[in-house]
Design a protein around this ligand. Structure first.
Ligand code: NAP
Length: 315
């Protein structure tokens, strides 16, 4: 008898195979089990240490390093490996998927993933690319948790001609994990994410790098006085180096386009500071404050001061 899904619904898939049991893969496995979204969960990872940990944590019914064998009978296969590895993994397993199976992924870039996967897709298998817009700066199977996707967006980018039923089933899966699903083209996804995620990460990596290289300010001073805004950049700049290298290499055009706009606006800000144009600075800072309030109002961020880090005052 299959476990009941979220709100007592039947499981969305019979056999679910997850390739890559890192932060996202292990969170997906945990959520799928907790909310009864699949009858059987197969965990596939090339790394023996990851497999051992996944078994210890009891995240799946079967744990294997054999990607082809593990995915062969699956109804849904989700690739949770870095974007740069998706094409290689798809080339290995896609030809062996059973007719009617759905292949998906969680990569942070979609255009390059679609281009890398589609040539390997056999007839009768649908590809429904996805990107859960949720994460932390931690990696690996221990970093995951079942509620990671709760109230977070998951963007699906089905290529033209994808069976609607396949997209609908993947939508139900992510909704079962608590996500809010939106569908758009891979190109549009990459442009939107370039400005909302990729360029902000690049800025964080850059500012932390610049501070680390400063000769007039010592490393200990950088750490000591980090609460002055720098600390929040260091959280982002601690994100996984492999994942972010791949994101910038695969979303090159959109990132460079948005970086061009960013540089122009930064030059205008520098000019306002140089010429003492307080009005321009105040007008921008007022507009940006409203954007943060909008994000908090949508439930995508806590309204607590200092991200909830500030201790609560008693009485
Ligand atoms: P992660 O914790 O580092 O996990 C990645 C997993 O993939 C690891 O088990 C890793 O094994 C495995 N892997 C790496 N290279 C591989 C290869 N060539 N072949 C097979 N397996 C390989 O990363 P993650 O944060 O879960 O990210 C996974 C995907 O989710 C990425 O595509 C990323 O863009 C996307 N994503 C991430 C976030 C986030 O905030 N982290 C958010 C949304 C989407 P090893 O341990 O042996 O390297």
């Amino acid at each position: 008898m299959p476990e009941a899904g979220r709100d007592g619904a039947a499981p969305v898939f019979g056999r679910l195979a997850i390739v890559g049991l890192g932060l996202i893969g292990s969170s997906t496995a945990r959520g799928a089990r907790r909310y009864g979204l699949a009858d059987t969960i197969v965990a596939i990872d090339a790394d023996a240490a990851v497999r051992a940990r996944v078994s210890e944590l009891g995240l799946a019914d079967r744990v294997t390093g054999d990607a082809v064998g593990g995915a062969a009978e699956a109804d849904l296969v989700i690739l949770c490996v870095p974007v740069g590895a998706v094409g290689t993994v798809a080339a290995e397993i896609a030809p062996h998927l059973k007719p009617g199976a759905i292949l998906s992924d969680v990569g942070s870039v979609k255009g390059s993933v679609v281009a890398a996967v589609m040539p390997h897709l056999p007839a009768g298998v649908a590809f429904v690319p996805g990107h859960p817009v949720a994460g932390t700066e931690y990696s690996g199977p221990d970093a995951g948790f079942s509620t990671l996707f709760e109230n977070r967006w998951c963007i699906l980018t089905p290529p033209e001609g994808t069976a609607e039923a396949a997209t609908a089933q993947v939508t139900r899966f992510w909704e079962g994990l608590g996500a809010i699903v939106e569908t758009m083209s891979p190109e549009h996804h990459d442009l939107v994410l370039a400005i909302t995620s990729h360029v902000p990460h690049l800025i964080a990596y850059n500012i932390v790098g610049t501070a680390a290289d400063l000769e007039e300010v010592t490393q200990s001073e950088v750490i000591k006085f980090s609460a002055g805004g720098f600390r929040d950049f260091t959280r982002i700049a601690a994100s996984d180096p492999t994942m972010w290298r791949d994101i910038f290499l695969t979303n090159k055009d959109a990132v460079l386009e948005m970086l061009g706009r960013f540089n122009e606006d930064l030059a205008a800000l520098a000019r306002a500071i140089r010429w003492g144009d307080g009005e321009a600075l105040h007008a921008l800072f007022t507009r940006t404050r409203a954007i943060r309030r909008g994000i908090v109002a949508m439930g995508q961020e806590t309204a607590e001061p200092d991200f909830g880090r500030r201790p609560k005052v008693e009485g």
